[in-house]
Design a protein around this ligand. Structure first.
Ligand SMILES: NC(=O)c1ccc[n+]([C@@H]2O[C@H](COP(=O)([O-])OP(=O)(O)OC[C@H]3O[C@@H](n4cnc5c(N)ncnc54)[C@H](OP(=O)(O)O)[C@@H]3O)[C@@H](O)[C@H]2O)c1
Length: 261
């Protein structure tokens, strides 16, 4: 797939991976719908894209965890552009906390955003893609969707759920011309860790990649039609170790966790 002139709905575009991805895709000629809750950040990104010669993006403030707002987002995209070619479900949040005394409301917000928000957006845009006989669904999951992380239990659970959702949809939708792509980034330098409360972890500084690097890798992998990509060699290695040497990996990871968490 060539990104040129593709109508791309990108959630979580106001910062981090989403913002970097918007800039990369705009440079490759995509027409973007920028979605998030922070209007000002979206508007500034829209202007930056236009000033650098990209197509003028559609800016739609939307809380993806609210079904009515997602309905309004879909209606706006239909009205302005007649539909979408690619949906990138990137909006997400974490909540790094010991489970026993965690705020359950925070857990609800994580599930509402990461899982239900993704379901709402996908359900909204898929019928139009099916009607036009083509489309791509991209799910930004996480290494935590294959390698659970302590004190990120509910976040890990939502990302495991996204992996199942994406694989199931891939089987269901491939015969109808819809491509499904799952991305599992490792640690990335964004606002995510600060907002989730995990910024203090030493691994954050040591192993995190830049959002720009990850965005380029995602743009390439989706364009190449890969079903799954892990834009981080260390994360990829961890996933493989857990798959092939589960007992040894659990033993070693428990020791690492005692040190870092
Ligand atoms: N950073 C990492 O280490 C890492 C690693 C693996 C996977 N990921 C995943 O990558 C994705 C992007 O995260 P990031 O690292 O770029 O973090 P980030 O900078 O905090 O970006 C998160 C984005 O999601 C948006 N968002 C959050 N809740 C939303 C809601 N209810 N409705 C609409 N938009 C919402 C935020 O915008 P507003 O606040 O303006 O709404 C923001 O644009 C997430 O799904 C995350 O789980 C991150």
């Amino acid at each position: 797939m060539n990104w040129d002139d593709q109508r791309v709905v990108l959630t979580g575009a106001s910062s981090g991976i989403g913002r970097a991805l918007a800039l990369v895709l705009a440079e490759r000629g995509a027409r973007l719908v920028l979605v998030a809750r922070r209007v000002q950040a979206l508007a500034e990104l829209g202007s930056a894209i236009e000033e650098s010669g990209g197509h003028r993006p559609l800016v739609v403030p939307c809380d993806v965890s609210d079904l009515a707002q997602v309905g309004a987002l879909h209606a706006e995209v239909e009205a302005q552009w007649g539909g979408a070619d690619v949906l990138i479900n990137n909006a997400g949040r974490g909540y790094y906390h010991s489970f026993a005394d965690a705020d359950v409301r925070e857990y609800e917000a994580v599930v509402q955003t990461n899982l239900l928000g993704t379901i709402y957006c996908t359900r909204a845009f898929l019928p139009g893609m099916l009607a036009q006989g083509r489309g791509r669904l991209v799910f930004i999951s996480s290494i935590a969707g294959e390698f659970p992380v302590p004190k990120h239990a509910v976040y890990s659970a939502t990302k495991f759920a996204l992996n199942g959702l994406a694989e199931s949809l891939d089987y269901e939708l491939a015969p109808q011309g819809i491509g499904v792509h799952l991305v599992g980034p490792g640690l990335v330098h964004t606002e995510f860790a600060e907002r989730a409360g995990s910024k203090h972890l030493p691994v954050q500084k040591k192993f995190a990649k830049s959002a720009e690097e990850v965005a380029e890798a995602i743009a390439d992998a989706v364009a190449a039609g890969k079903h799954k990509s892990v834009p981080d060699a260390a994360a990829h290695l961890l996933i493989k170790l857990r798959q092939h040497l589960p007992r040894l990996t659990r033993f070693a990871f428990k020791r690492v966790c005692r040190r870092f968490h």
